[in-house]
Design a protein. Structure first.
Length: 80
């Protein structure tokens, strides 16, 4: 990435990345649910991938919309 971009373009890129992460998280979560009975190993892998995309999604969401979501969700604690 050698292009110089302004703040608006950077925000657009972050939003596209966030949208893609949300799409991939949903796709892998759906896959995990669909193969649970037939392929437990595949379901675990799909679940892990869904969690990884969820983590990316949360980070990008916090960058794009700081403070929009509480820090303490599903056992997460804010470190001060």
């Amino acid at each position: 990435m050698t292009d110089v971009v302004d703040a608006d373009e950077l925000l657009r890129r972050l939003q596209r990345g966030r949208d893609r992460a949300a799409e991939e998280q949903r796709r892998w979560a759906d896959r995990a649910r669909s193969v649970t009975a037939t392929d437990p190993g595949g379901a675990r892998e799909a679940e892990a991938r869904a969690r990884a995309y969820e983590a990316v999604l949360r980070v990008l969401d916090e960058i794009v919309r700081p403070g929009a979501h509480p820090a303490e969700e599903e056992g997460a604690r804010r470190v001060t």
